[in-house]
Design a binder for this molecule. Structure first.
Ligand SMILES: [Ca+2]
Ligand SMILES: [Ca+2]
Ligand SMILES: [Ca+2]
Length: 148
């Protein structure tokens, strides 16, 4: 049995601004996905991957609470996987400031295996401060199962 999976990066949501000027965050960085599996030493080996959203720090997007940034353009990654394969979503986001150093919001990822693929998943990015800046990235997964 194998599966054709399509991952889409849907939107970036601003959960908490934490006093950043303008009540919005200036978000840049990258989101992506890959497919691979674990070798005999249990190291994850990427077979194929793709960026689903990318912005440099001079091309950030303004995101305020309640106004998610829809991700458009080439935002999907479609691949085949078989029993034993895994896929990952992940990203690295940061927040631009012009009068001080930019804020790093971390680089979370999440791995899924062949047999447990949900309809969607949300990654949470935070600056690490108590009640600090928080951004979420939503991904959707659609799966077509093939029998041999
Ligand atoms: Ca800031
Ligand atoms: Ca701002
Ligand atoms: Ca800012």
């Amino acid at each position: 049995m194998f599966k054709t999976v399509e991952i889409k990066a849907i939107q970036i949501i601003c959960e908490r601004v934490d006093g950043d000027p303008g009540n919005e965050l200036e978000v840049y960085g990258s989101l992506g996905a890959n497919v691979g599996n674990y070798d005999d030493d249990l190291n994850y080996v990427v077979r194929q991957g793709k960026f689903l959203w990318q912005r440099e720090d001079d091309n950030y997007v303004n995101i305020s609470p309640g106004n998610p940034q829809k991700i458009e353009g080439d935002n999907s990654f479609k691949f085949d996987m078989s029993e034993g394969d895994h896929f990952q979503i992940g990203g690295q986001l940061a927040e631009y400031d012009d009068s001080s150093a930019n804020d790093e919001l971390g680089h979370p990822d999440k791995t899924f295996n062949f047999n447990s693929i949900p309809d969607n998943h949300i990654l949470t990015f935070e600056d690490g401060e108590p009640n600090g800046q928080m951004v979420k990235a939503e991904f959707s997964f659609s799966v077509i199962t093939h029998w041999p």
